[in-house]
Design a protein around this ligand. Structure first.
Ligand SMILES: [Zn+2]
Length: 254
């Protein structure tokens, strides 16, 4: 089965306002009866979370109203890279030239790192950054070694991947390391750009369009564990409570 999560990330909250905004959203969710006020051991990736409240159905479609959520809400109020868990991002699209770049196998190593982190609850976002920072060159080096070990295989695999997903440009094994490096920088400083492989423009990391909305970057994330799918109306309500802030929605499973 695995554990499913849905995370609503505030894209506009600054670091110093995230705790206050996070508390505001929890207060609203408690008032609505969607979660309970007290915190218990009911989430993955954090010590404590809010269990579902008596009116949790307000967040989901009527058809899902009999699928009781069996875990709670974790609120993250530190700078974090939120990802979609299993699978890794297949590609990323430049918002300027609209070219889609396949990310190859390097991006899937991110997923393995994420799973390791999930096994150690409490520091999802922070650990991600630290792990990567501890070995800044590893991703790029591994990519290079893989290619060198089996020069023909990589090309063939890339070709197959591309054929599976029509419309993508040719595979770019160099693409993922540049995004991984940008993520390290973003985690440390809150700002980073990655040069587009196609148009060569420096594009802010937060502006890239990830396949399946795999990544989102922000200072405030509401991570719900093992709930039925949220309705667009519920997600819009969260944005409204945040004063109209833009939000991203990342979902996946471990
Ligand atoms: Zn571009």
């Amino acid at each position: 089965m695995g554990d499913h999560f849905q995370t609503i990330i505030d894209l506009d909250a600054k670091a110093d306002e995230a705790p206050q905004l996070g508390a505001r959203v929890v207060e609203w969710l408690v008032t609505e009866g969607i979660v309970l006020a007290e915190r218990t051991d009911c989430v993955l990736g954090a010590p404590l979370g809010h269990e579902p409240g008596p009116n949790w159905q307000r967040a989901v479609a009527a058809a899902d109203a009999d699928q009781d959520p069996w875990d709670g809400l974790a609120v993250h109020t530190e700078r974090g890279i939120f990802d979609g868990g299993q699978g890794g991002p297949e590609s990323v699209t430049c918002p300027l030239c609209e070219t889609t770049t396949p990310l190859g196998e390097g991006a899937y190593e991110w997923d393995e790192a994420g799973q390791d982190t999930a096994d150690a609850p409490g520091d999802t976002a922070v650990d991600e950054g630290q792990d990567t920072a501890d070995a800044p060159g590893d991703t790029a080096v591994d990519e290079g070694q893989d290619t060198a070990d089996a020069p023909g295989d990589t090309a063939a695999d890339e070709g197959q991947d591309t054929a599976d997903a029509p419309g993508l440009t040719a595979g770019d094994d160099d693409a993922w390391p540049r995004f991984a490096a940008a993520m390290d920088t973003w985690h440390e400083t809150g700002a980073a750009t990655a040069d587009c492989p196609a148009c060569a423009q420096p594009v802010p990391l937060t502006d890239w369009i990830w396949a399946d909305d795999y990544f989102a970057f922000g200072h405030l994330g509401r991570e719900f564990w093992n709930w039925p799918e949220f309705t667009p109306e519920f997600r819009a309500e969260i944005s409204r409570v945040l004063g109209g802030h833009r939000t991203a929605f990342v979902r996946g499973k471990l």
